[in-house]
Write a protein that binds this ligand. Structure first.
Ligand code: NAG
Length: 382
């Protein structure tokens, strides 16, 4: 008996005896966001035809009007997924020999949402306590916690956490117990926050100072204005000072702003806005950098040298760094081919000739401006 005959006999036997269905489903589980579309494919891996294919929900609810069955009923598609589509879907395949069932599961992903009650701002009397409730939803279930915000930092608070809520008891004894309370829910689908502000009745709240620019740059001679704002109750009083130095002589303070006119390099530094009320004080800082154009000088006005001597001319400059130096001759004469100038303003000519006599110019340049200095060189034989 050859191979082909054997195969033929087998398939005849198969057809006679039949075989109950073996099915598989793809995917076995799916997790999607609300509004998305998902499909499950059910197919028979072996078994005799003809088969009948059927889908059911495992809770025996009807499939729902956003569910469609695809070619031969083998593909179940859920369009625009809703919360009630969540659960198991059973694919049932029946033939003359029997019946086989397989289940796929749909779960829904939802970014966290929070709702804080009561909503703020809340005014409480000293000694009174309030309960802040944060109800959370989302899939997977987000983790939830309460924080208190205080001057740019956060403190985690201990709260009672159940399945879907985190309740926080706050007892307000003094102004510093009041403030902004934040409930934060987080899962791999995202993050959500709810906040409520608690105020002490008739109480003061500490100032919070802030400046519009923390870094300012000005050029010598300009005017500079720094703005400072403060929150708090009672309304804080704003004062300005300079770190480790008195305020410049030409300054004016008005409504929280500090104006410096005709600034100089010595006015560079850190300025402090101090907001004060009966509940405390808060500081904010401004760093001022005053740039100045270079002011160039040459050590000697005039140099008399003999032919063959070496020449060294040093150019110096004040002003904001970096400063670049450039040497040239006045009146269009060309620089000696042996001339060499360094980054820090030194001009060197190794062996002078009579033709090197003349006026030399140093130009110092920075990002604000430039400045020149002149010196005269006379090469004279004995
Ligand atoms: C800000 O004001 C408070 C209270 O008046 C004071 O204690 C503090 O030293 C002040 N800070 C500066 C930098 O002046």
């Amino acid at each position: 008996m050859n191979v082909r005959t054997a195969a033929l006999i087998l398939s005849v036997l198969h057809a006679v005896c039949g075989q109950s269905p073996v099915v598989s489903i793809r995917p076995r589980t799916a997790a999607v966001k609300l509004g998305e579309t998902v499909s499950f494919h059910c197919h028979m891996t072996s078994g005799s035809q003809p088969v009948q294919l059927e889908w059911k929900r495992i809770n025996n609810q009807p499939l729902g009007d956003n569910i469609k069955l695809g070619p031969d009923g083998a593909v179940l598609t859920i369009a625009n997924v809703r919360l009630n589509n969540q659960g198991g879907y059973r694919c049932i395949v029946t033939n003359a020999q029997g019946k086989s069932t397989i289940t796929a599961t749909l779960s829904i992903r939802q970014p966290p949402k929070v709702r804080v009650t009561p909503s703020g701002p809340l005014t409480v009397r000293a000694g009174e306590s309030v309960t802040l409730e944060c109800s959370v939803s989302g899939k997977p279930r987000p983790s939830v916690s309460w924080f208190k915000q205080q001057g740019g930092s956060e403190t985690v608070l201990v709260s009672m956490i159940t399945d879907t809520t985190a309740s926080l008891q706050v007892k307000v004894m003094a102004a510093e117990d009041a403030g902004i309370f934040v409930c934060r829910a987080q899962s791999r689908e995202g993050l959500a926050e709810g906040r409520v502000e608690l105020e002490l009745e008739g109480g003061a709240s500490g100032p919070q100072a802030s400046v519009t620019d923390t870094d300012l740059t000005a050029v010598e001679g300009q005017s500079v204005t720094m703005h400072c704002y403060a929150t708090g109750s009672p309304t804080p009083v704003i004062s300005w000072s300079k770190l480790r130095a008195p305020l410049p002589w030409q300054h004016k303070v008005s409504g929280g702003s500090l104006t410096l006119s005709n600034v100089g390099r010595q006015d560079s530094g850190q300025y402090i806005c101090n907001a004060t009320n009966s509940a405390g004080f808060s500081e904010a800082y401004v760093q001022l950098e005053v740039d100045s154009p270079p002011y160039a000088t040459i050590l000697m006005d005039e140099t008399v040298v003999r032919p063959g001597d070496a020449l060294r001319l040093q150019c110096l400059a004040h002003g904001t760094h970096p400063i670049r130096f450039r040497w040239m001759r006045v009146g269009g004469a060309s620089m000696s081919p042996g001339a060499e100038s360094t980054k820090d303003g030194l001009l060197k000519i190794a062996r002078l000739k009579a033709s090197d006599s003349g006026t030399y110019k140093c130009v110092a340049t920075n990002h604000v401006g430039s400045s020149e200095a002149l010196t005269k060189v006379t090469v004279r034989g004995v």
